[in-house]
Design a binder for this molecule. Structure first.
Ligand code: FMN
Ligand code: SF4
Ligand code: SF4
Length: 261
């Protein structure tokens, strides 16, 4: 195995970052150099990828890849055989999130080494956020799966394509195509309730800078990726959407400082 890994990630609520960190430390224990780079950072460089193995870790949105990750992959330079691995964190329904990334990169000349579906707590407040103890168990299981994935990569095992198969998989693939198209209209559904105290924290932690405060009131822009960081991290649980989030549990795995993407 090559000695350098470039590991790109995108995260809303910390699951994908945590998994990327677990993978980073596993590789480092084996003496490999790992650069962990956030896709949402403007300063994230497309480094010289020919001398490294390239990894990705990102959340699943509507059974597909986040738009920001897809756009990033599309901008990557052409390769001739650079090896890649993909890890997609999700709440139990990976759909085509790995296949989409794999196909896109394959067209550019990258070769898939392996991929994994890493189940973590669901952060989609519109659905159901698991109770705290359940979340802890899921995180531990996700970390263990990430470690096993790295061991497989180090051992050079057989290629595994993480996906949902059968009719369910086909339906999920169709759902994922609609998601990107409707992102702008989904951003318009976000709003605050009477509990918002105009603190501005949501504006500072949005990884895509898609919230602006207008006369103190948060407004959402089309660039929103639906990562759900704002809705989960608002200290007053004031952000709502689709009429299905009021009073529901929020999910926060890692703390995000102001300005952190
Ligand atoms: C808008 C949205 C859509 C989601 N869609 C799916 C999905 O289709 N399948 C799934 O298993 N999890 C889905 N999830 C859950 C996330 O993929 C999962 O919680 C992920 O680990 C979050 O990663 P992060 O903390 O790095 O943002 C969705 C979450 C959001 C916010
Ligand atoms: S973080 Fe919450 S309370 Fe603060 S401005 Fe944003 S929506 Fe309002
Ligand atoms: S506006 Fe909220 S959901 Fe959209 S990208 Fe920013 S933090 Fe994520």
């Amino acid at each position: 195995m090559k000695k350098q890994i470039i590991l790109y990630y995108f995260t809303g609520t910390g699951n994908s970052l945590r998994i990327a960190q677990v993978m980073q430390s596993m590789f480092q224990k084996e003496g490999l150099k790992v650069s962990l780079l956030n896709i949402a950072e403007e300063k994230t460089l497309l480094l010289d990828l020919n001398h490294a193995i390239v990894g990705f870790c990102y959340p699943v949105y509507s059974f597909g890849m986040p738009r920001i990750v897809k756009n990033f992959m599309e901008k990557m330079p052409k390769a001739s055989g650079t090896e890649v691995f993909l890890g997609a964190t999700n709440g139990g329904g990976i759909g085509s999130a790995v296949i989409q990334g794999w196909k896109l990169l394959e067209k550019k000349g990258y070769v898939l080494l392996d991929s994994e579906s890493i189940e973590m707590p669901n952060n989609y407040v519109v659905g159901r956020i698991p109770e705290e103890e359940e979340c802890r168990k899921q995180v531990r299981a996700g970390e263990a799966k990430a470690e096993a994935f790295v061991q497989r990569l180090l051992a050079g095992g057989t290629k595994h394509i993480a996906k949902t198969g059968g009719l369910k998989g086909l339906l999920m693939a169709a759902a994922s195509r609609g998601f990107t198209r409707y992102l702008p209209s989904m951003a318009k559904k976000f709003h605050t309730d009477e509990n918002c105290n105009e603190c501005g924290y949501c504006e500072t932690i949005c990884p895509t800078k898609s919230i602006i405060l207008m006369e103190g009131e948060p407004k959402w822009l089309d660039t929103c990726e639906q990562c759900f960081r704002c809705i989960n991290y608002c200290p007053r649980e004031s952000i709502q959407t689709y009429g299905k989030t009021k009073g529901k549990r929020r999910y926060k795995l890692l703390p995000f400082q102001e300005g952190q993407k």
